[in-house]
Design a protein. Structure first.
Length: 218
């Protein structure tokens, strides 16, 4: 969240489009002069804002002297793989939020328990390991669709494999989980949406090509 009295919108240093800060990533310089992402938007110092898209971050890295050098008004070092590092940080943030959801009592794991929760509890999301069998996913989707609540009110998450879920939740063989209504679950789903948006941009919508054109014309 922006700090008090800070703008709620910023200009992307690559595309020059003004966007809400929630759809941008803030970058700062660390003490060694390296560009690092400030996902929580709280680190001190001058910030350079870039659209929260892997494609646009990749353009910023490619044209680092023009984008970051200009933004920081001096030399700015960028280690290769900036977009990948941002992705890893966002993924870690989502998994940490999932762990907090479990600690808050907002998570039910195991196929049978998830099935039961869908029939009696306020479930707002289903979490399936990316390597889960399609049959189990389909059966739980059918149960969700049969609830009184609209089926589209139950978000589906399949971004993490079972090993990642095991590590985040401190248990073994986590394949299916249900997210119960509550702030912790909402926080996790918000981080998942951010990660999905970061990964979803591609040349299909012109985002990357538009960003490169903006840099070329500058």
């Amino acid at each position: 969240m922006p700090r008090k009295n800070e703008p709620t919108e910023r200009q992307c240093a690559v595309t020059r489009e003004v966007r809400p800060v929630s759809s941008l990533i803030r970058f700062v310089l660390d003490p060694e002069g390296e560009v690092v992402p400030d996902l929580k938007r709280v680190l001190p110092g001058r910030g350079v804002w870039v659209t929260a898209s892997s494609d646009v971050v990749a353009v910023a890295e490619k044209d680092r002297k023009k984008i970051f050098g200009r933004g920081f008004k001096g030399e700015a070092r960028v280690e290769p793989g900036l977009a990948d590092r941002v992705d890893a940080l966002m993924e870690r943030s989502a998994l940490q939020a999932l762990s907090m959801t479990r600690k808050a009592g907002g998570l039910v794991t195991g196929y049978a328990k998830v099935d039961a929760a869908l029939r009696r509890d306020p479930v707002i999301g289903l979490l399936h390991a990316s390597d889960a069998a399609d049959d189990g996913v389909r059966k739980l989707a059918a149960v969700a669709a049969g609830r009184e609540e609209p089926a589209n009110g139950c978000e589906i998450v399949r971004l993490f494999d079972s090993a990642q879920l095991d590590l985040a939740l401190g248990r073994s063989n986590v394949i299916h989980a249900a997210l119960l209504a509550g702030q912790a679950s909402e926080n996790f789903l918000s981080r998942v949406r951010d990660l999905e948006r970061f990964r979803s941009y591609s040349d299909a919508d012109g985002t990357n090509s538009n960003a490169e054109k903006a840099v070329a014309q500058d």
